[in-house]
Write a protein that binds this ligand. Structure first.
Ligand code: ATP
Ligand code: MG
Length: 377
């Protein structure tokens, strides 16, 4: 891969593909996605080949049209990526995607790279779980907290694995103080740029909000951890590492071999977004400046979106809608807040939350919360 104009192939055409393609346009980089769904959010900015991720005719077209191929989701057919990698460059390497899509191989690889994780085992080696709390997860295919069963203490791990179906991993529950993550990128020449550590707030196993940067997080340790991983894996592209902070120490929970939801704030909150950084990295271009513009935050729009005009009327708020049909708990957009001060950032984040509560209470499909009570009751 040399200099633009370049064409990047993306396996997947969802919102991450859309934001990657949008980031590529000013750089002279065009994207072509493979996506089986009827509606591909990436179609506004990329050509979309409508086919299964493993469809050979589609992959052949991708190989013909593109200079480099990447992924916007990890649950892809790794054999297809391997087939592509015999014809053109694939970043990150198919072997890395294969490793991180299997929670057992992922945790073993993290440990080999010297990265601490929760205690884990295969169900047969840990049939009664852990007395301090047990999570049984499917090794393959889970996301947004799906494919997991959680117990306060010990558990019948084999029965849980049966219920989940397919191979599973048993993990000890980490009594974390906060969930953090770090997004970083490594280019073809081995240079690395790390964004600030951010704090992530989940509801029902789904990322609800990100606060950037996280207050008083151990940036140096997180950076060392991710730099270690990137170089020992020979990784190229943007990566997201989810972390548990427990008594000040950091444990890695999982790795996303792609741009990450907790890095969406970088579109407005950083000199170079994680999407542009990924395009730069995989195309062999220099990495961009990762200076932060100001205190930032991101609110995921789950299940639907508030009145757009109300969001746009808020100072320091930036609306991103993905063009997806609303469905309960589905990520259909996000709002980024980048403000001159932490106080202004927090005020706008609170206002976005209220707008989402108003939306939820007025929508019949997933009315889960009580009506908002602006006066405080
Ligand atoms: P994602 O949407 O990030 O892809 P996922 O479904 O792949 O999520 P995890 O990130 O492993 O799964 O778990 C989802 C959430 O469940 C975590 O963010 C965390 O809140 C909780 N969790 C998972 N594993 C553990 C653990 N060992 N101890 C404590 N909490 C955990
Ligand atoms: Mg996760």
């Amino acid at each position: 891969v040399s200099s633009p104009p370049l064409t990047v192939g993306i396996v997947g055409g969802g919102q991450l593909g859309r934001m990657l393609a949008l980031a590529g346009i000013p750089l002279g980089v065009r994207c072509v996605c493979v996506e089986p769904a009827d509606v591909a959010p990436a179609a506004v900015a990329a050509d979309v080949i409508r086919a299964d991720y493993g469809d050979h005719a589609a992959l052949g077209e991708l190989a013909r049209r593109c200079d480099v191929v990447t992924v916007e989701l990890e649950h892809v057919d790794v054999d297809a990526l391997g087939w592509l990698s015999e014809r053109l460059t694939v970043h990150p390497a198919p072997q890395i995607v294969a490793t991180v899509q299997d929670r057992l191989l992922e945790k073993q690889a993290l440990r080999r790279a010297g990265v601490a994780t929760a205690t884990f085992a295969e169900p047969s080696a840990c049939p009664t779980g852990y007395p301090g709390g047990t999570v049984v997860k499917r090794r393959l295919g889970g996301f947004d907290g799906r494919g997991q069963l959680r117990y306060d203490g010990s558990a019948d791990a084999l029965a849980a694995a049966d219920e989940l179906g397919g191979p599973c991993i048993v993990e000890e529950v980490v009594p974390f103080d906060r969930e953090l993550s770090i997004v970083a990128a490594r280019s073809v020449d081995g240079s690395v740029a790390c964004y600030p550590v951010v704090e992530n707030r989940h509801v029902d196993g789904i990322l609800r909000e990100t606060i950037a940067p996280a207050v008083a997080a151990d940036q140096a340790t997180a950076e060392e951890l991710v730099r270690n991983l990137l170089s020992s894996w020979g990784y190229v592209g943007t990566i997201g590492v989810e972390l548990f902070e427990v008594d000040g120490a950091l444990l890695a929970n999982e790795v996303a071999p792609r741009v990450h939801n907790s890095g969406h704030w970088t579109i407005e909150g950083s000199a170079t977004s994680q999407f542009e950084q990924h395009v730069r990295a995989i195309c062999g271009l220099p990495l961009g400046d990762v200076s932060t513009v100001g205190p930032s935050g991101m609110v995921n729009l789950l299940g639907g979106w508030p009145d757009p005009a109300s969001v746009l009327a808020l100072p320091h708020a930036h609306l991103h809608l993905y063009g997806k049909a609303p469905r309960p708990q589905r990520k259909v957009g996000h709002v980024t807040v980048v403000a001159p001060t932490v106080g202004q950032r927090d005020t706008t984040m609170a206002a976005v939350r209220v707008l989402m509560d108003v939306r939820r209470s007025s929508s019949s499909e997933d009315a889960v919360s009580a009506p908002p009570c602006p006066g405080g009751c």
